[in-house]
Design a protein around this ligand. Structure first.
Ligand code: AN7
Length: 348
């Protein structure tokens, strides 16, 4: 029998949320920690690579971890409507959990800059989708003020209940690995996830990994130390110029003796293709950013892989962004229904 019934059921006493609230859950979490020996041999010679495949959460991204706790808490406190700004995944997740709770949900997304699968999700779950002619950062500013002026709960990661759910990923990694990894590598956008992992590892004990954060070069405020007014990257999930948890991310990086760097879109897409083609793991471009950051850090000598265990967090599923997958690939070959023709085009 499957005994998994979601994060809150599994970890409630360790989560700072109401201990009596009825959980709003889609049985999120408990995602696989996949060994990645072929990619590992290429990018961390002498070390071991594992992939925490968060794209296998119910709506296809890690956001479901924080959304089960945020929506559970908001509903328990009496809210019946929620709002968020999003580059896409938060929107889809909020929409699904709101639907599950029978709440209404409004999501603000940057017009034309969200991947198709995320928009599809938000629409399918019945959210009120509002496209703004601006960036995610504009949207976040707007929803923060809207939640102050109207009776609507904000479920962006500035909501502390979000981090409570997201921190459980750190505990799962350690449980699955049987030890704390040497390095945890992940993409950084609004910096909620890196803050949550650090919180989780810190609450679990003395031993903690070093954090390796990666931002897209056109949206790397934490790396450059400057707000980016017009962030630009094909990894639209992390197209964020003024992260809400910037200070907390810097603290986590400092305390973990970690490292944050920028990677180009070409480096992101190289990692994205290698994950899929060497390991059969299809994640969205933003999710490959942590892997790209690891590749660059090893190549430039700032990380020595020898004897080390690396966990890369793959934050979202590849099907979230079908356009990125199709654009970068050769189109299918079209043939008539003839076996002769088939044999003539096969590459054996
Ligand atoms: C796949 O959905 O910000 O550093 O609004 O979707 O915690 O922001 C998404 C972020 C990484 C960055 N990977 O995480 C949103 C949103 C994927 C993401 C990030 C996001 P944070």
């Amino acid at each position: 029998m499957n005994t998994w019934s979601g994060l809150i059921d599994r970890y409630r006493s360790r989560l700072e949320i109401s201990q009596t609230a009825e959980a709003v859950t889609l049985f999120e979490g408990n995602t696989p920690l996949l060994p990645a020996p072929r990619l590992g041999a290429e990018i961390v010679p002498g070390g071991k690579l594992f992939l925490k495949y968060e794209g296998l959460n119910p709506t296809g991204s890690f956001k479901d971890r924080g959304m089960t706790t945020a929506i559970t808490q908001a509903y328990h406190e009496g809210s019946r409507s929620v709002i968020c700004a999003s580059t896409g995944n938060t929107a889809a997740s909020a929409a699904a959990y709101a639907a599950r709770a029978g709440m209404s949900c409004a999501v603000l997304v940057p017009d034309g800059k969200i991947a198709l699968g995320k928009l599809a999700g938000a629409l399918a779950y019945g959210a009120h989708v509002i496209a703004i002619q601006g960036t995610f950062d504009d949207g976040l500013r707007m929803v923060r003020e809207a939640a102050e002026r109207a009776p609507i709960a904000l479920v962006n990661s500035v909501n502390p209940a979000r981090l409570q759910g997201q921190k459980t990923a750190a505990w799962e990694v350690t449980e699955q690995l049987g030890e704390v990894p040497d390095w945890l590598c992940l993409p950084v956008g609004n910096a909620g996830n890196i803050s949550a992992y650090w919180l989780g590892f810190t609450e679990a004990g003395e031993e903690r990994p070093r954090l390796l954060g990666a931002q897209a070069a056109g949206a790397a405020p934490i790396v450059t130390g400057k707000v980016v007014e017009q962030p630009e990257t094909k990894a639209t999930a992390i197209r964020i110029g003024n992260p809400a948890r910037w200070g907390q991310a810097l603290e986590a990086l400092d305390q973990s003796n970690g490292h944050i760097l920028a990677v180009t879109d070409d480096e992101i897409f190289d990692a994205y293709h290698r994950l899929a083609r060497l390991e059969g793991v299809f994640c969205e471009p933003s999710s490959a950013t942590g892997v790209a950051g690891l590749i660059k850090s090893v190549t430039t000598g700032s990380v020595d892989p020898e004897g080390k265990i690396f966990v890369c967090v793959l934050t979202g599923h590849g099907l979230k962004d079908p356009d990125s997958a199709v654009e970068g690939a050769a189109p299918p070959i079209s043939i008539s229904p003839s076996v002769d023709e088939l044999l003539s085009v096969l590459k054996l």
